[in-house]
Design a protein around this ligand. Structure first.
Ligand code: PMP
Length: 412
């Protein structure tokens, strides 16, 4: 049963049991209406209240500037997952770049468009995928790989090369976006702090709500819900008003087409979603409700005078990660995959005896027999991965820590 296991899956990932217990009730009867939460209209007053509650919790947790004015940020819920946003960011930032260009130049646009650059920091599998999607949409000649971490680490991910080795595009005006993935889920690499670059966009799918974020530094931040936040089905985007109408123009779709630039599907169109407060089309309001409940719990555990309110959870994430890394570092049986300076607090990737297949199999089998589940590394890299998301209790990390010690002793 649920209370006999601890689950460390990388996503979908564990959710707090009390939230799921409440969810099972509201599926049948929401707010005493006799109608289940997945049955109510996404435009009903109940749905509107759920949406507003989740947005308000998120604003407090990450200290996101209010939604009005040029310095404000919109909080949107979209579908299509993190992968959908790989495309959405390109559609949006390219259209924005072109709109800015056309206010300066009326002629020779064909020529000017050749200069457009999308700057990608490739530090793991997900930023690599995002950069490949950009190349598919706009052509690889427009994609500038600012850094490819594999080139600094024997062909493998596991480091973030020093910023003085990066090759950002020369002219900031040419750069439609600077893209990075804050936490690489497959490779266990996390940025210690946000990098610099014009029109900064971050994928925070796998470390969303695990530490404070310098929101104001970013044009946009996005993340799928299915790790720290909720159920698979919604993606959260936090987008600066400065890159949305009416504060910023967007290129006309005819002009984009004429210049050979991509026009995206309307359901991924940030201005459309923002204008309609995420209700352009049917929003899976149950997923928004789950996210709201998870966020409310984070707020409830954090003192009101703390800002941002995510600080309390961040301390717990650090505590769990430090405990696990300290045991891994203390034994020769284990080797942590990424470099110490960029180790993820969320996805702890390791090998046993340098990647001994039998030893890793035995580790997983032994873990399973103790109710420690979901520890297998991503199929593309193998090994062991401990996903240390918010809903993994300290007690679960402690139990796993003990198992790590016991297993190492057996192997020595
Ligand atoms: N970005 C990151 C960092 C991820 O971990 C994932 C999925 N694990 C994605 C993007 C893709 O998300 P989705 O499967 O929701 O498209």
């Amino acid at each position: 049963s649920r209370d006999q296991v601890h689950y460390f899956g990388a996503g979908p990932a564990p959710l707090p049991t009390p939230v799921l217990e409440e969810a099972s009730k509201v599926l049948l009867n929401y707010n005493d209406t006799g109608v289940g939460i997945t049955e109510i209209s996404h435009r009903s007053p109940d749905a509107n209240a759920i949406l507003a509650h989740t947005q308000s919790c998120l604003r407090k947790l990450l200290d996101i500037p209010e939604s009005d004015g040029p310095d404000g940020y919109q909080i949107m819920f979209l579908q299509g997952g993190g992968s959908g946003e790989f495309s959405a960011v390109v559609y949006h930032m390219v259209s924005l770049w072109l709109a800015r260009l056309t206010t300066k130049k009326q002629q020779g646009l064909d020529h000017e468009v050749q200069k457009m650059k999308l700057d990608y920091l490739v530090t793991g599998s997900w930023s690599l995928k995002a950069s490949q999607e950009a190349a598919r949409l706009v052509g690889s000649e427009h994609v500038n790989i600012v850094t490819d971490a594999r080139k600094h680490n024997d062909g493998k991910f596991g480091v973030i090369p020093p910023s003085d080795s990066w090759t950002p595009s020369k002219h900031a005006d040419d750069v439609a976006l600077t893209y990075y993935c804050d936490n690489e889920t497959v490779d266990g690499v996390e940025f210690p702090s946000a990098p610099d670059g014009p029109n900064l966009v971050a994928d925070m799918s796998s470390n969303f709500l695990s530490r404070p974020v310098d929101v104001r530094k970013h044009a946009a931040i996005f993340g799928g819900a299915q790790k720290n936040v909720g159920t698979t089905g919604i993606t959260i985007a936090i987008v600066s008003n400065s890159i949305l109408p009416p504060h910023s123009g967007m290129a006309d779709s005819k002009l984009l087409r004429k210049l050979g630039l991509p026009v995206g599907p309307i359901v991924l169109d940030w201005p459309t979603i923002a204008k309609n407060n995420s209700l352009y089309n049917t929003l899976p309001i149950f997923d928004v409700w789950i996210a709201g409940q998870v966020m409310q719990r984070l707020l409830d555990q954090s003192p009101e005078d703390k800002s941002p309110r995510i600080t309390t959870q961040a301390a717990e994430s650090n505590q769990k990660a430090e405990l696990l890394y300290s045991i891994l570092d203390a034994s020769d049986v284990y080797s942590v995959v990424p470099d110490r300076s960029v180790r993820s607090r969320m996805n702890i990737c390791l090998r046993i005896k340098g990647g001994d297949a039998d030893a890793e199999k035995a580790f997983l089998k032994g873990a399973e027999s103790k109710g420690l589940l979901g520890l297998k590394g991503h199929r593309s890299v193998g090994g062991i991965r401990i996903s240390n998301y918010n809903a993994v209790p300290v007690a679960a990390a402690e139990k796993l820590a003990q198992y790590l010690k016991d297993f190492a002793k057996e192997q020595e």
